[in-house]
Design a binder for this molecule. Structure first.
Ligand SMILES: [Zn+2]
Length: 278
């Protein structure tokens, strides 16, 4: 899934290419991705000008006057800019053709992403679009604010760092990266983190996310390319720090990659090793 560093890069490319242009045509290739909260479908956007492009958590929000198109790419969704009339990808779930171009194509191999058409700003009823998370790239993301969010949490630390109402925002890949950087086991309970753990985790989030945002920006790849080859633990087999075999564990149904030596478990019996081989 595109994560914060990817989304910021994508927005930086899409804004100058599309804002101020009107939609001349639309094409919905995969109706399963569209959820219309208003009466009508993508044809409502034809003739409308894109006024703004916003981000809420892992959603990109295209604002057309009093209508928003909020897209959550989930696992496999990607955006692509293309020449109108050029060969259409088999995975194109929808296309908005702007005048005088380009096409904005939303590609999704798995058709798991969702695009919500809704009244501008009416984001409340959209699953996963809860706001309120601290912007981890802002100078306002201080250790004190972070500790405040951590206080009273009763979940595992990996679930906490991925909670969009707490932090804006980390997905699977960067949740693994920040916990590796901080040397914290993904299944550690929030309440068992020490003050030093919290400080280390906060510093890791700042360092990892800023570096990732810079790296994705520096690479200048086409926006449909997910730049992930610089990640240190996610999808790796060997720990880059100590050489141990990287393990995989399920946290709330999602795979978490970690190094058993650099991120030791804090509770005996935490992980069933028979089930965690990569
Ligand atoms: Zn290690």
């Amino acid at each position: 899934m595109p994560e914060l560093p990817d989304l910021l890069y994508v927005m930086g490319i899409l804004r100058p290419a599309l804002v101020g242009r009107a939609v001349a045509a639309e094409r919905l290739g995969a109706p399963v991705v569209l959820r219309s909260v208003v009466k009508g479908d993508l044809s409502l956007l034809v003739g409308r000008t894109l006024d703004d492009l916003l981000r809420r958590g892992h959603f990109l929000v295209f604002r057309f006057g009093d209508l928003d198109l909020a897209v959550n790419p989930m696992l496999a969704g990607r955006f692509r800019l293309a020449e109108p009339g050029s060969r259409l990808e088999a995975t194109a779930a929808f296309v908005l053709t702007f005048h005088p171009g380009p096409d904005l194509r939303y590609l999704d191999d798995k058709k798991m992403g969702k695009a919500y058409l809704l009244p501008a700003g009416a984001w409340k009823g959209v699953p996963g679009m809860e706001g309120g998370g601290l912007d981890v790239l802002s100078p306002d993301f201080t250790l004190d604010c972070f500790r405040e969010r951590l206080r009273g949490r009763r979940d595992q630390v990996r679930a906490f760092v991925m909670d969009k109402r707490a932090l804006d925002s980390l997905g699977n890949a960067y949740a693994d990266e920040v916990l590796f950087e901080a040397g914290i086991h993904p299944k550690t309970w929030c309440r068992s983190l020490t003050a030093e753990d919290a400080a280390r985790l906060h510093a890791a989030i700042v360092t990892v996310m800023r570096a990732a945002a810079e790296e994705v920006q520096r690479r200048q790849e086409p926006i449909e390319v997910k730049v992930r080859d610089f990640l240190r633990i996610r999808l790796r087999t060997v720990c880059p720090r100590c050489g141990a075999k990287v393990r995989k564990a399920g946290v709330r149904g999602m795979d978490s990659y970690f190094c058993p030596r650099c991120q030791p478990e804090t509770r005996p019996g935490l992980v069933d090793w028979r089930k965690t081989g990569v």
